[in-house]
Write a protein that binds this ligand. Sequence first.
Ligand SMILES: *[C@@H]1O[C@H](CO)[C@@H](O)[C@H](O)[C@H]1NC(C)=O
Ligand SMILES: *[C@@H]1O[C@H](CO)[C@@H](O)[C@H](O)[C@H]1NC(C)=O
Ligand SMILES: *[C@@H]1O[C@H](CO)[C@@H](O)[C@H](O)[C@H]1NC(C)=O
Length: 197
Amino acid sequence: MREREREMGRNRILLFPLITLYLLAHSELTLVTGNRKHNTCKVSGYLTGKAGTCNPENDSECCVTGQLYPQYNNSPPVTRYTHAVMTLNSFEAGGDGGGPSECDNKFHNDTELIVALSSGWFAKKSRCLKHIKINGNGRSVLAKVVDECDSTEGCDAVHNFEPPCACNIVDASQAVWKALGLNPNTDVYNITWTDHA
Ligand SMILES: *[C@@H]1O[C@H](CO)[C@@H](O)[C@H](O)[C@H]1NC(C)=O
Ligand SMILES: *[C@@H]1O[C@H](CO)[C@@H](O)[C@H](O)[C@H]1NC(C)=O
Ligand SMILES: *[C@@H]1O[C@H](CO)[C@@H](O)[C@H](O)[C@H]1NC(C)=O
């Protein structure tokens, strides 16, 4: 009896650090993969979805009524090589871009080298009509910022009833994709960008 109790005690003493180590390693792991998955975007709130007349062309994600969508007030700092996820946007009337572009209140031809940036990078219109340099696929291209990829608002007509953007999006016209030698129908593409002096 006493022998058995002593053994159990020993096992418990051994087990405790093992469990702690496992939990530590595991939480570290989820932290790392979680960060990568969410691309360092820090959620600042949640928006309750509302479905509407969403143009689902080109893989637009349409809001579902009642679903919660994360909002992002900030984007990662801009460096010489700012990592971003490039997506495809139509800036034409009736396209999946929703309303006219925020910077000039106009629709644009998708043959133009133009982009929309996540709210943090759009920085309250401070990059409006300025050029950014986009690097991808071993090439680079200059594109003009004309719109915001709204990371805080969404699920309404102005945003084609799409959820808020992530914090790290360069939403580019077909022309930008083609200039980088990429197929615009590719879902997303990792790029880097920086402000063009
Ligand atoms: C979808 O993409 C195609 C070709 O890439 C383009 O012609 C069309 O205008 C796009 N549609 C919308 C709604 O953006
Ligand atoms: C876009 O521009 C191209 C060539 O510059 C032109 O052929 C086309 O009609 C234009 N489309 C719209 C919707 O303005
Ligand atoms: C794109 O970047 C993300 C991290 O930002 C990474 O998880 C993913 O694997 C990358 N995709 C490709 C195709 O390189």
